[in-house]
Design a protein around this ligand. Structure first.
Ligand SMILES: *[C@@H]1O[C@H](CO)[C@@H](O)[C@H](O)[C@H]1NC(C)=O
Ligand SMILES: *[C@@H]1O[C@H](CO)[C@@H](O)[C@H](O)[C@H]1NC(C)=O
Ligand SMILES: *[C@@H]1O[C@H](CO)[C@@H](O)[C@H](O)[C@H]1NC(C)=O
Length: 450
């Protein structure tokens, strides 16, 4: 039997084990389709869960992977687990982990000082943020399902991805900077010739756009059950309809996050996780495993350019096309790479700090980054099925020739105004903020951005 964690919201007094079990249950409920955030099966965990994560790390000293592994570990929830004593439960978990390790081969990961690295990453102990913004901000509705990533056209139209979580309908939203307080609206999507698009399995994540010969193309990463794909749409500006044209996929894709188009059919893309199943994804996060990659898709297939990153997230390019920027979410770093325009290869230039999606102002070249200043709160929010609060932060990064000149925090909020800011940008004096699952976006008069 598989456990529906939602039925078990109340932690049992004194034991704390239910919280631990909930985590394990997610771990064990691997049968569930695809990893669209872990937390489709939410639970309010908190401190016990964090302790649990620490213990889990200790157990997993070496995680081994079997390449081309078709075995998805399946455990069914055993009712008896619920009544185990703490000691019995510890033993049970060890057996599960041992089983997991036995089934994995080949790649060894050193788990050095994981606990402190993990604690730093999660920001345990960070709780309070002092609110500020660039000027008056207001909520603009119409984004039920969130606004995870965004892309702005030259004419001031903005598209956003909505419905990252499986509980929401997948949509592409549109917002017009020339009518700043009009709600965002979901665009109609139709299938083009030869399109195999399946709207019911569309849960868009990172996005990008391309304008060429007066035509506009909009693209989004999606995580259908079968394989991650980048979906390509044509935007008809008079009918405001998106026509699905084709997808881009590769056997080298796994759990992809964000990408940036460099032509109508080629792009740089971040591989966020090496795996797509819940158990392994959870382990990847707990280990902060360096399994992330930056890949280049050349129109037919994707090849790895940079590997060894921890959960590379947002990716974008400088307006002159000479530099590629990557937010290394798992290492709290912002990376800039020099791009060889002749063969699209990348060389790492500099390492700073940063996080989620990156937008680049085409005029100033500044990066605008949606950030999560306290990561344990974000993961808890995710684990609750994207309900409650998690803080939001926007940073603006000035760069020159790939070198970071200045970094300014333009917005911080504990999440009451908007929880989980994943994206931000600037157009014509207005700053916008998109979020993981909020039903509104934020539009601020950006009076003071320095
Ligand atoms: C677990 O304990 C509860 C309360 O004592 C009991 O009702 C339930 O039947 C037990 N479950 C199992 C599988 O033993
Ligand atoms: C865009 O939509 C209009 C109708 O509003 C239609 O006449 C036109 O053919 C469409 N253009 C394309 C390229 O599909
Ligand atoms: C991607 O497109 C191909 C070719 O049209 C199609 O066979 C495949 O099912 C599509 N993949 C997804 C996940 O939609």
């Amino acid at each position: 039997m598989e456990l529906d964690i939602k039925e078990k919201e109340k932690p049992r007094e004194g034991s704390g084990i239910i919280a631990a079990l909930a985590l394990l249950a997610v771990l064990l409920t691997i049968g569930c389709a695809v990893a669209i955030g872990f937390a489709v099966h939410g639970h309010n965990k908190g401190v016990d869960d964090r302790r649990e994560m620490g213990r889990m790390e200790e157990m997993v000293k070496h995680l081994k992977e079997e390449e081309n592994d078709a075995t998805i570990l399946r455990y069914t929830w055993d009712d008896e687990v619920e009544n185990m004593s703490a000691d019995e439960y510890e033993e049970f978990k060890k057996r599960v982990m041992a089983e997991l390790l036995k089934q994995d081969r080949n790649v060894e990961i050193e788990a050095l000082s994981l606990k402190s690295q993990y604690a730093r990453y999660m920001g345990f102990g960070k709780e309070v943020l002092l609110r500020h913004g660039p000027g008056p901000c207001r909520k603009v509705g119409g984004a039920e399902g969130g606004s995870e990533d965004l892309t702005i056209l030259k004419n001031g139209l903005m598209f956003m991805t909505s419905g990252y979580y499986a509980k929401f309908e997948g949509k592409i939203l549109m917002y017009n900077f020339h009518k700043p307080y009009e709600p965002v609206k979901g665009l109609t999507i139709v299938k083009g010739q030869d399109s195999h698009f399946d709207l019911s399995n569309f849960h868009p994540h990172g996005m990008s756009s391309w304008e060429e010969d007066g035509e506009t193309y909009v693209y989004a990463v999606s995580h259908p059950p079968t394989e991650d794909v980048v979906e390509m749409f044509h935007f008809n500006s008079s009918s405001q309809i998106l026509t699905h044209m084709r997808n881009f996929s590769s056997p080298n894709f796994n759990y992809m996050n964000d990408f940036v188009m460099v032509s109508k059919e080629s792009f740089y893309i971040t591989k966020f996780w090496r795996w797509r199943d819940f158990v392994r994804i959870r382990l990847e996060v707990r280990l902060l495993a360096r399994f992330g990659e930056i890949m280049f898709f050349d129109g037919t297939d994707a090849k790895t350019l940079i590997s060894g990153l921890v959960m590379p997230n947002g990716i974008n390019m400088s307006p002159d096309g000479k530099y590629v920027y990557v937010a290394e979410f798992g290492d709290l770093k912002l990376r800039t790479y020099k791009r060889d325009i002749t063969d699209n290869s990348l060389t790492e230039l500099e390492v700073e700090t940063g996080v989620d999606n990156i937008e680049v102002d085409p005029i100033t070249g500044d990066m605008w980054i949606g950030c999560h200043p306290i990561l344990h709160k974000l993961w808890e929010y995710d684990a609750r099925g994207a309900t409650g609060l998690t803080p939001s932060q926007v940073i603006r990064v000035k760069v020159k020739d790939g070198k970071i000149q200045d970094m300014i925090e333009t917005y911080v909020n504990d999440g009451t105004e908007i929880p989980g800011s994943t994206s931000a940008s600037f157009y014509n004096g207005k700053m916008v903020i998109g979020a993981l699952a909020a039903e509104h976006i934020i539009v601020c008069d950006a009076l003071a951005i320095d």
